[in-house]
Design a protein around this ligand. Structure first.
Ligand code: PEP
Ligand code: MG
Length: 581
């Protein structure tokens, strides 16, 4: 039994057999074969080794002629490994003694082989891990050929273990039998984490090397509540976790009973809880969890499930579906494309940016691709006739940028007017507040925007200079930092004074730890993953505003994030003694 600690994306417990998805999407399930098929598996292994050596000989020859001896030498080590009879015998042993399928036996032995290099300090030896992975992939490609299975065809519930998942791969999990996820990479507000959260099943990320410690078929427990992964649990642990899984299920059912109740504090203040969605159908999921509407529709996810850009009609249909799905009379806030950074453009660009989080992302990208931007704005305007729609621009860092984006909107309106197409001429136009510059200039912005939505995921990253997607610095990334709390208080204060509607749509909105503070500084609208709505609603109904005010003032008096976290946790636990916070 082995226990690994990472970063939780969603609480809950999932228990199951591991399926490993490596960078090339190979899934190596634990599979045994009937005794009569053992010799076939051995033949398949022998063929795979032969083909791999032949491929390497050709590759080496090509490199030698075209790039010289040094380049060709790179693969010499690979040839040496493949010719190592000990390695081959270990794989054969697993096939003969355990009747393991050749792919599974290869993957298991190669992963053990990789572990030898994992704790070495010599960078050259660490580099060998990549070489071993490369050899493993080559062998698996040869063994599995065209017959490799993909996640869509799983026949039983599994735990997915991978080095990393792209947002596109994550978006596809919904239709699979994957019950929980464990990843080497990732941080709490990376876009993969956000998608995992909206998927709603337990996950732990930022585990560094879980994908090399687990082999396909191992039993794995994902404990999203305590941020743990347990590999090969003993019987007592397994028993305990089966109990926890059932308890979590009961809690989910209890929270569902809050669906029909209003999010009102004990002293009667109405709070609006709205959903963050990535796909139109999630608007309906939000409604079923009791959401008052959609506070953030991340439209850039339209790009993730297809090759190339979505056209105007396709966009119009998606926006319309989200508006209709949100429920009658409920507002939907559509954010224009937030492309760039970790979303879409890097993979497609000829040359990757050195610093994508500070690069051509979000509204900057839209303003550089005006035809695409205008097309999106036309599609949103066309959809605006189907309900209450608000439009917002992400990552605004200067007034000029906001004005330019609004000018493009007016151009789109003119296009529609000329074509005689109906739209809501008075659509409210707001901004996402995600940069320190916008926070500092909030008073000026309040004169020009219809509403402000605070995106703490980015605001924290830019205020604290911590990459939100990098697990190596994730311990520095926290909403409890006094600088973050003060920035939030100032923004909310300025908006309230200017009578500009202000809400918060970063992950903080869905974390019970911050609810008292956020209400205490005056926020009355919080936008979060639909799955978080019931618990936040339960908490709000236990809060008195006078208490929240006091908590906010006290939290703002601390010097360090640790003091803030401890204090907020203590205060929240008094209200929710049984829930994990
Ligand atoms: C944010 O930055 O807080 C936000 C909600 O936007 P995203 O997570 O999509 O960057
Ligand atoms: Mg953002």
């Amino acid at each position: 039994m082995e226990i690994l600690r990472g970063i939780a994306v969603e609480p809950g417990v999932a228990i199951g057999e591991a399926v490993i998805l490596d960078a090339e999407d190979y899934r190596i399930p634990y599979r045994t074969v009937p005794p009569a098929h053992v010799s076939d598996e051995l033949c398949s292994l022998e063929e795979a080794f032969k083909t791999a050596l032949r491929e390497l000989a050709e590759q080496t020859k090509w490199l030698d002629t075209h790039l010289g001896r040094d380049a060709a030498n790179v693969f010499e080590w690979h040839v040496g490994v493949l010719k190592d009879t000990g390695l081959r015998q270990n794989i054969e042993k697993l096939i003969k003694e355990k009747r393991a399928a050749a792919a599974y036996a290869t993957s298991t032995v190669m992963r053990n082989y990789q572990r030898r290099f994992m704790h070495m300090s010599d960078p050259l030896l660490v580099e060998r891990i990549r070489d071993v992975q490369d050899i493993e992939r080559r062998l698996l490609r040869n063994i599995l050929g065209e017959s490799r299975e993909d996640l869509d065809h799983l026949t039983k519930p599994v735990i997915l273990v991978a080095h990393d998942l792209t947002p596109t791969q994550t978006a596809q999990l919904t239709e699979t039998k994957v019950m929980g996820v464990a990843l080497d990479t990732g941080a709490a507000t990376s876009h993969t984490a956000i998608l995992l959260r909206s998927w709603g099943r337990p996950g732990v990320i930022g585990l560094n090397d879980v994908s090399t410690r687990v082999s396909g078929g191992d039993t794995v427990i994902v404990d999203g509540t305590n941020q743990l992964i347990i590999i090969d649990p003993n019987e007592a642990t397994l028993e305990e976790y089966r109990g926890r899984e059932a308890a979590f299920h009961r809690l989910t059912i209890e929270l569902d009973t809050f669906k029909e109740l209003e999010p009102r504090t004990r002293d009667g203040a109405r709070v609006y809880l709205v959903s963050n969605i990535e796909f139109p159908r999630e608007a309906g999921v939000g409604l079923s969890k009791g959401a008052d509407g959609v506070g953030l529709y991340r439209t850039e996810f339209l790009f993730l499930r297809r090759e190339g850009e979505p056209d105007e009609d396709e966009q119009y249909e998606a926006y319309r579906d989200a508006i209709l799905g949100a429920g009658e009379g409920r507002a939907v806030t559509i954010r224009t494309f937030d492309l760039g950074a970790d979303k879409y453009t890097q993979e497609k660009s000829y040359e990757q940016e050195r610093n994508p989080m500070l690069g051509l992302r979000s509204v900057r990208y839209s303003l550089e691709n005006l035809d695409m931007f205008k097309m999106q704005l036309r599609a949103i305007l066309r959809a605006s006739v189907h309900g209450k729609v608000r439009l917002m621009f992400p990552l605004i860092s200067s007034l000029m940028e906001f004005r330019q984006a609004k000018m493009t909107l007016h151009d789109a309106m003119e296009d529609l007017e000329e074509a005689g197409i109906e739209f809501d001429r008075h659509i409210p136009v707001g901004m996402m507040l995600e940069t320190p510059a916008a926070a500092i200039q909030i008073k000026e912005f309040c004169r020009e925007v219809a509403f402000v939505s605070i995106g703490t995921n980015d605001l924290i990253q830019y205020l604290l200079a911590v990459d939100r997607g990098n697990e190596r610095v994730s311990r520095f990334y926290t909403g409890a930092h006094p600088a973050v709390l003060r920035a939030l208080r100032e923004v909310v204060k300025a908006c309230t004074k200017a009578d500009v509607d202000c809400s918060l749509c970063g992950e903080m909105a869905g974390q019970p730890l911050f609810t008292l503070f956020l209400l205490g500084i005056g926020l009355r609208s919080l936008s979060m993953a639909p799955a978080n709505i019931p618990e936040i609603k339960k908490l709000i109904r236990l809060i008195k505003l006078s208490h929240a005010d006091r908590v906010a003032r006290r939290a703002l008096s601390f010097d360090t994030d640790r003091q803030v976290t401890n204090y907020l946790r203590d205060e929240t636990r008094k209200l929710l003694p049984e829930d994990p916070i």
